[in-house]
Design a binder for this molecule. Structure first.
Ligand code: FES
Length: 104
């Protein structure tokens, strides 16, 4: 596990998401009224990119089929998949966004 500085708040829409490459892994940073989250940028259903999906509170909605994932623990809602997405421990220091990303 390595802590990475991903972005500043200005790099990510106030309610939305932006993907960043971390050693070949696509990490999606999301901002909403619930805070700042760093999550895997891939849906566990049919592997669509989550970037651009609607973000509301602690949830992101997959742009392809609309599954809602909880960005706090990665759990999906509904019946299309039971498989969670990866979520990363995220910390905001000043206006800089950090996350702990696995090394594998
Ligand atoms: S690919 Fe995300 S809900 Fe189907």
């Amino acid at each position: 596990m390595t802590r990475h500085r991903l972005a500043t708040l200005d790099d990510v829409p106030e309610t939305g998401s932006k993907a960043f490459d971390v050693d070949g892994r696509s990490v999606l940073v999301c901002r909403s009224s619930a805070g700042v989250f760093a999550i895997e940028n891939m849906c566990s259903h049919a592997y669509a990119l989550l970037e651009g999906g609607k973000v509301k509170g602690p949830y992101i909605f997959c742009p392809l089929h609309g599954i809602r994932f909880n960005m706090r623990d990665g759990t999906p809602n509904g019946t299309l998949t039971k498989k969670p997405i990866a979520v990363y421990e995220t910390e905001l220091i000043g206006d800089e966004i950090y996350a702990d990303i696995p090394n594998d």
